[in-house]
Design a protein around this ligand. Sequence first.
Ligand code: GLC
Length: 431
Amino acid sequence: MNARTRALQCSAALVAAGLTLTACGSSGGDSSSGQSRSESFTGRGPITYAAGKDSSGVVQKVIDSWNKLHPKEKVTFIQLPTDADSQRQQMIQNAETKSDAYTVLSLDVVWTSEFAAHQWIDKLPEKQFPLDEMLKPVVETAKYRGGLYAVPAASDGGVLYYRTDLLKKAGVTAPPTTWAEMKAACAKVKKLSEAKGMSCYAGQFQKYEGLTVNFSEAVNSAGGVVTDANGKPDVDTAEAKQGLDFLVDSVKDGTIPKEGITYQEEDGRQAFQDGKLIFLRNWPYVYSLAGKSEVAGKFAVAPLPGLNGPGSSSLGGHNLALSSFAKNKATALDFMKFYTSEDSASTFLKDASLAPPYAALYDDQALVEQYPYLPVLKKSILNAVPRPRVVQYGDVSSAIQQEAYAALTGAKTSAAALKDLQQELQKSSAQ
Ligand code: GLC
């Protein structure tokens, strides 16, 4: 039975059993899931690494150090677009034509099931990677039906960036833990002459994967779920509505500026760095870049706020996978070990404030002194809620984007959007 057939049978069986969206995403036993045969990783020579645009330059730096050591097995960095959806599209196009243009892929954590089920990526020899030293939820994102299909390179957890200088001046002594506190803090800060023209808050609200993340976080941070513990859609609830209402009301009352619904990660980072935002929901990579901008020394990081207390992040991050259609797989496997080593994770942390998969780096006192956001980040990642781990993730995410965006733009009420979303999710989990 090939993987596609297996995946289809698998979701059919789950639907019959009343289970749905976790589909066959994780630990289930697969009789064929023994270690991959390392002899299938043969061939040495030049390879490529395809990943989203690198805003810090650290990716090329790590590749350069590999290339210096391996002049006959050089890695060429293929930079894909910044947004997750376009990266996924290009990778899928390559896989569907069985192209060998991309050897090693930087996969968003939410794509593992889809790529593994379609056999676009190889199953990896699990024992050859130090997975025990990595945070458990992060390792889970790299698995499909009990097998390892990718290796964590960087994790990601959403955090709240805020302007320490302005909060202090306005007499706000601690960062907000609830949405109401955040709005109250903004009201105080906006009275300062320094805050003229500033907006309160932004996240990622353009219609793309970032909106799926921000919508899910709002729902989770109000006590709701997108899918329940069994993976069944359960988004047409009062809690989910409170979460979505926070976003919708924030757009209406100007807490989120009008242009905020066009923002992806980089737009929000730019606005924060330009001094246009008091609060920003973004990923850890912003810490390093904002630290070299106009707001250097004037910001800090706090956990995401929620409805009645601290909120929770969606689990983000990127894992390295090996294209099934690639050449020089022996080189690729060695490069993957190098790129996902603790040493490389430490470089990614120091140079680009990326969240390491390795637990030890979060508890290293010297690092914590230098990177004070580490404890907040570790908490954000360990408490993060995974997005649905399903083969048909593309459909699930576009349904979320569609409905959340309709609510944000006022095309639908929150209640109608959630009702429709529940139906859409039920449909895609029944496929
Ligand atoms: C970050 C996260 C990724 C998420 C994306 C959404 O890159 O690491 O998991 O899907 O943002 O924009």
